[in-house]
Design a protein around this ligand. Sequence first.
Ligand code: ZN
Length: 475
Amino acid sequence: MPAPQEFIKYIDDKADAFIQRLSDAVAIPSVSSDASRRQDVIKMANWLSEQLQAVGVTTQLTDLGKQQIEGQELPLPPVILGKIGNDKNKKTILVYGHFDVQPAFKSDGWDTDPFTLVNDKATGRLIGRGASDDKGPVLGWVNVLQWHHENKKELPVNLRCCFEGMEESGSEGLDDLVARESKPGGWFDGVDAVCISDNYWLNTRTPALTYGLRGLSYYRVTVSGPARDLHSGVFGRTVYEPMTDLIYIMSKLVDNRGHILIPGVEDQVGIADEEEKKIYQALDYSIQDVEESAGAPIALSSDKVEVLMGRMRNPSLSLHGIEGAFSGVGAKTVIPAKVSGKFSIRLVPPQTPESVDPFVISYIEELFKGLNSKSKLEVESLHGGKPWVADHNHWNYEAAKRATWSTYNRLPDLTREGGSIPVTLTFADCLGVNVVLLPMGRGDDGAHSTNEKIDRFNFIEGTKLLGSYLYEVAV
Ligand SMILES: [Zn+2]
């Protein structure tokens, strides 16, 4: 069912007050990766919990224990668990968001103070760290609840909230909490579906629903030989050089058109049929969009479907760097004694780090064997995460599509993202339910960058979208 008209009108009427609340949230510099800001993250948790209580949510601040960072022990910010309603005849929807932010300094190139929200009337932009990622969307839920609370309207669903303060720092402690609270009697017991608003439209024009995320498997290949760095004038053409072996190996991992050369890895993923290609064809995206965001005319193909599938539904391998190599200015004639090449593979279903590792490791070992080098090789898998894809025809998605239609008068782009939001998979696995990613912001919001913003339009219409979703998912 559509959201009540009074609700829609209320959101418009209260827009300035909602922006003021966003401004209050941005003013708390809740940077989770900065030890000196940890008290601000905790302050933010308390502030948000109070906002939720004020609109009728029963909350609990859940302690996650301590964290070791740069030799000091720090308290982890609490997770806010929230609850409204326990009606057996209603669906139970869990919403997730985070109240920590990426670091930001004026000296990074911000035009204004990152922790003072600027309401730029000329462009319609609300500029400040966290405006889009993820304080705007989290407060979107608060805005929705405010109308219900003030007007004594019951929510159409039972609502559960999970708002964390460590998302930008690997969601430390969250997996265990989600597993625990998903069990009978836990806060998430009985949840029928999950909605996460913590990503972006593909572009600046078309609303989106995201139904897939790639996983990751990160590797380090180390080649070592001499006991110390050597002089090329003394040892050049005299000994096996680690860097030469490493460059050979790294040059055999991926070709310059993005094809992964490690046998078996691409074969794990099925070929897209015509039906699937239509999804990519239908997306509001152009090669120009890719090249604009890359800042240069360098797209791998002029075929939009190829490019989109490269980012969303195919695995990719990227070379990241070589530790131990000479990288300074000047012309140092060193032969490095030990070098480590770093690369990673973005994974798609059915790939997992465990299923890809053996292909990668045995291939590199074979390559190295073929070199007959006297240097030593070590291949390590550093960290990884599984990919995620949801059924985008599920009632949870159908509800989000109807909500998008009623808010924006158009259907959303159905997207998969090249990156990862690991908690998505945690919810899907622990609860065994459908998860929808319902973004509020646009593709140019600059989430982890300078001058992060959310458009006033997206914040206000996005609030209506989240509210409409709760009504549409209820039936
Ligand atoms: Zn985020």
